[in-house]
Write a protein that binds this ligand. Sequence first.
Ligand SMILES: Nc1nc2c(c(=O)[nH]1)N[C@H]1C(S)=C(S)[C@@H](COP(=O)(O)O)O[C@H]1N2
Ligand SMILES: [Mo]
Length: 333
Amino acid sequence: MLIKRRTAHPLTEQDVTPEAVYQDRRLILKGLGLGAATLVFPTQAGVLDLLRGKEDAPQLATRPLNSKPAERPANLVLTPEEKATSYNNFYELGTDKTDPARNGHYLKPEPWTLKVEGEVAKPFTLDVWDLINKSELEERIYRLRCVEAWSMVLPWNGISLAEIIRRAEPTSRAKFVAFETLFDPKQLPGQASSLGGGIEYPYVEGLRIDEAMHPLSFLAMGLYGKTLPAQNGAPIRLVVPWKYGFKSIKSIVSIRLVEEMPPTTWNLLAPNEYGFYANVNPQVDHPRWSQASERFIGEGGVFGAKRQPTLMFNGYGDEVASLYQGMDLRQWY
Ligand SMILES: Nc1nc2c(c(=O)[nH]1)N[C@H]1C(S)=C(S)[C@@H](COP(=O)(O)O)O[C@H]1N2
Ligand SMILES: [Mo]
């Protein structure tokens, strides 16, 4: 049912060659403090202790996907799967990096429906597992740059977001796309307790329509060739590689085409720190830390990780810079 289209999303030499990265001790020390701090809120120890009673609950089973492999540049350095699935931001499952993996067993991603609605001629409800089981997915190897100044290189499996949006036939009034994570405190316990950092849920995100229709914007249903683990946003999540990671909303149940710029979770929480656009930009610092470089999470310790320069639009400038022509990227951060 799905039409495959190959798109360019190259990793440059700089990203994949260990020699190109450099160490900056001052920034590593800064990064240490930052890594422990999370985005805004400290962990609520009491609630976590309650959930730790279930620590030995089994992880969500993943299964292999039918996916067309991406071309792999020489010297490609992927983040190890074990790191990508144990060092996460998914506040609905806890604010510590290790909480989402530990608490992922609460999430029951099967069955799952995703609505595509709003300013469209043909709204529809997607049976996500039907899509996963019946289509050949595509692999995309993308850099992920968290606003907290760490990064990974991850192999996703999925389909382009544009393909799903096109099927609904957006009207001329569709100027933005609003995304929503599942709201169900039984499955995402942080939504009903301080475990989730006191954020108002459901988590919501948004893109301008041209950003959403860009061939790099991706709906991931897999990681490392297998269905998504809970902690990475099972069973379907957005991946927008030129923007800070918080735009890549997990476990989505709704994609709504809208006329006005929709509210977004981190912007609502701290508008001076997190804008709507959130394009990766090494020249625009976060009010509390530099965005000029990042800790790459590869082999080895998460905090001893190599420091490397952050690239404009996370290295995807050739593809996406034209979307922002004439915009002051300091104003539209
Ligand atoms: N629903 C939801 N989506 C979310 C988040 C979250 O807390 N809740 N965290 C975001 C942040 S800050 C990042 S960096 C990425 C991390 O994705 P990963 O854990 O798969 O690497 O997910 C994003 N999507
Ligand atoms: Mo992030």
